[in-house]
Design a protein around this ligand. Structure first.
Ligand code: ATP
Ligand code: MG
Length: 701
């Protein structure tokens, strides 16, 4: 491959970003400006032109799907097979590191990974044990996930708790949960990153080894990394050879510090970082760029970015306001059919985006009626089906018999007459001894002279697991067959369920056990995108990084987007505006926006108002049709902000400010409103200062 091929068609700014290797680089640019392309081509450039070894370039993406796309493009360029470049999500990279190094933290390298379902099963178990209302498990799971992603360790959470209310209980659950994971030699998905950070912090010699290995680091979509993921990369960034791309307007992961937190932190941690813009939009037509540009420009406290549409004017953006949600669904389906019949687009080129999952129902019914093939992305996942989860639990137990969660799931599956009472007794015993359930069961079985029927049943379970463990080296499809044969699982299952199991076996092909379990645990619904020719339906967050020639965004109503739970403050509204922007920026050629006057919300028929974001759309770029009166005031057009947005808080967490004496600092916290507002600012030279805005003579940067 020649150098010219590598740069063919790229803009000057893209080339500059690719060739800049003299120090840290932040490419700060809007949606569709070719950031992912820069990352892909820079990977090739570093290998080809700078002579770095492929395994020495660490490439980080937000989704597994994005990683495989980059891997695929690179292989195409090289005219060769897909190479084993280290390209993956932060979790994937951390998993590779932990598989080699985790013994330093007291785990075995054959640890299993608990996915959301296993995590919830364990939390329910602990809530029962602590006599806490079990139905809270989902909330607890998400709080624990948030704590881990924010790098708050169990012991820290205990010490900061005020000792009152729910947090105190939560702290107990967190500690117990983490202990239990370790006892089972298991980690959950959030542990992957948190434990790697701990490993790097506690064992500098291990960190050094990885800093040496990764001579250059590329990160796409840096804005959406969690604080834990940021810290993992920051530690590796110490070599200062890295390029990250970001668009704060697309940030949808909510953590303290707001949407620009990673960018501010990066500038703080690496003050020499060079910031380069990409100012051309390659993806969308002019009309679409004008529309999403006007909407996002109403957000205050965003990094300023210019974006010039490069493509032709294109079709106007369609806006339709309809009497009912059924009319809306009919309208969408009618247009899908029309666009399809024009012959330029296939069904796979079209996507329908919405705010919350339940919105898909009416649209699905309409699509079914018209026999249009579609697929809901991130709906019920194949791997979430009960029979599939049961078999995966067997596989996990074969890989690691100390995995208590999987053992609890399968010990009486199919029924072997081992009930809750027996299990509770065994649990108590294993807790006293500090051993896993499986070890306790084996011990009970080995006691001579004990011929009680229950002991016999436990013996036959142990025999089953031991027999299966002998086959752990077989391909997964073979192991699955053995499980079905030896355990009798499947004898009473319906034809449909057996078909799903057949599908599972077929999908595993020749994969080995460890590889298969890793793949399943790291698969997130974001990656579940179908290649077949069908219309894709998904919530807006699921559409990150994707693009479609034809996009429909439905339900543009107050309460849906912006979502009713976020209406309290300007920050919540800004979050929702970013979501709306994210959705619109997925469209290449044609964008449809729709809303309905009447909609069933939580099974009540409701009168809906049009979304407040619609009035920010300049009408000259739209075909605006109101089938039911909706009275949206027309936008003032480009560049002029309506008065109502001026009152937005100017200072918020993460903002940079200049003080006449202490220089530049970053706002850590804000309290109070308007004139009475106080802020807590971290100045690198003097530390934290609490200031009243009224008197402090701060200048916002
Ligand atoms: P997002 O913010 O949505 O992730 P992005 O900034 O990563 O977008 P890309 O996905 O890299 O943008 O590019 C958007 C589209 O523009 C893609 O279809 C890509 O192939 C195309 N593109 C990027 N750079 C160029 C270029 N120099 N010439 C022509 N097309 C380009
Ligand atoms: Mg991208």
């Amino acid at each position: 491959m020649k150098r010219d091929d590598l740069f063919e068609g790229l803009s000057e700014q893209q080339k500059e970003a690719i060739c800049y290797v003299e120090g840290p680089l932040l490419v700060l640019a809007g949606a569709g400006s070719g950031k992912t392309k820069v990352i892909t081509h820079k990977l090739l450039y570093l290998e080809r032109e700078e002579g770095l070894p492929a395994e020495g370039i660490l490439t980080v993406t937000l989704t597994n799907r994005a990683a495989s796309e980059i891997r695929h493009t690179v292989a195409e360029f090289m005219n060769g097979p897909e190479h084993n470049y280290p390209i993956g999500t932060p979790r994937w990279h951390c998993l590779q590191i932990l598989r080699r190094e985790i013994t330093a933290l007291g785990y075995g390298t054959d640890f299993v990974i608990y996915d959301d379902d296993d995590r919830e099963a364990l939390i329910r178990h602990i809530l029962r044990e602590f006599n806490i209302y079990e139905a809270l498990y989902k909330g607890v799971a998400s709080r624990l996930g948030y704590l881990k992603a924010s790098l708050v360790w169990p012991e820290e959470f205990v010490s900061t708790g005020d000792g009152f209310g729910f947090d105190e209980k939560l702290a107990k659950v967190y500690v117990r949960y983490q202990d239990e994971l370790k006892r089972c030699n298991a980690v959950d998905c959030d542990d992957l990153v948190m434990l790697t950070v701990r490993l790097f912090r506690e064992f500098p010699e291990i960190l050094e080894q990885y800093k040496e290995r990764y001579q250059y680091i590329l990160v796409d979509d840096f804005h959406d990394l969690s604080p834990a993921e940021y810290e993992f990369l920051r530690l590796l960034f110490a070599n200062r050879n890295f390029t990250v791309t970001a668009d704060d307007d697309q940030c949808i992961m909510k953590f303290k510090g707001g949407e620009s937190r990673n960018i501010y932190k990066l500038e703080e941690d690496f003050p020499e970082v060079r910031v380069l813009p990409l100012e051309k939009n390659f993806r969308s037509t002019q009309n679409i760029v004008k529309v999403f540009g006007s909407v996002i420009s109403r957000n205050t406290s965003r990094k300023d970015k210019r974006i010039r549409p490069l493509r032709e004017k294109g079709e106007k953006v369609f806006f339709y306001w309809l009497p009912t949600e059924e009319d809306e669904a009919k309208y969408v389906v009618k247009n899908i059919r029309e666009v399809y019949l024009r012959g330029e687009y296939s069904y796979g080129d079209m996507a329908i985006l919405y705010r919350i999952p339940s919105q898909s129902r009416t649209i699905e019914e309409a699509l079914k009626r018209e026999k249009i093939p579609y697929r809901v992305i991130g709906g019920e996942n194949f791997y979430e089906r009960k029979e599939i989860r049961d078999l995966i639990a067997y596989l996990k137990l074969i890989q690691n018999p100390h995995d208590n969660v999987s053992l609890r799931r399968v010990i009486n599956l199919p029924s072997r007459g081992i009930g809750i009472q027996t299990l509770t007794k065994l649990e108590q015993e294993s807790k006293v001894k500090g051993t896993s359930l499986y070890e306790t069961i084996k011990e009970v079985c080995s006691k001579r002279g004990s011929n009680q029927p229950i002991v016999e049943r436990l013996r036959s379970f142990v025999k089953l697991i031991e027999a299966l463990r002998k086959r752990a080296g077989d391909p997964v499809s073979e192991i699955l067959k053995s499980i079905m044969e030896l355990s009798g699982y499947g004898l009473n299952l319906s034809e449909e369920k057996l078909q799903y199991i057949g599908e599972l076996m077929a999908s595993t092909e020749e994969t080995g056990l460890e590889e298969f379990l890793e793949k399943v645990s790291l698969m997130s619904s974001y990656d579940d995108v179908c290649e077949k020719d069908s219309v894709s339906l998904m919530t807006i967050p699921m559409s990150r990084g994707l693009e479609f020639p034809v996009v429909f965004i439905i339900g543009l109503e107050e309460g849906l987007i912006p979502y009713f739970k976020t209406l309290e403050d300007e920050e919540g509204i800004s979050d929702e505006r970013r979501l709306f922007y994210l959705g619109m920026t997925r469209a290449k050629d044609i964008l449809f926006l729709t809303g309905a006057k009447k909609r069933r919300v939580l099974s009540r028929l409701q009168e809906q108002e049009p979304s407040r974001f619609l009035k920010d759309i300049p009408r000259q770029y739209c075909a605006w049709i109101e089938k039911s009166p909706c009275h949206i005031p027309a936008s003032l057009g480009d560049g002029k902000k309506p008065k109502t947005f001026r009152v937005a808080t100017v200072y918020k967490t993460g903002c940079r400010v200049r003080h006449p004496k202490w220089g530049i600092g970053v706002i850590r916290e804000c309290y109070g409103e308007g004139d009475e507002m106080k802020v807590c600012v971290n100045f690198p030279k003097v530390g934290l200062k609490r200031l009243a805005i009224k008197y402090a003579q701060l200048e916002r940067l």
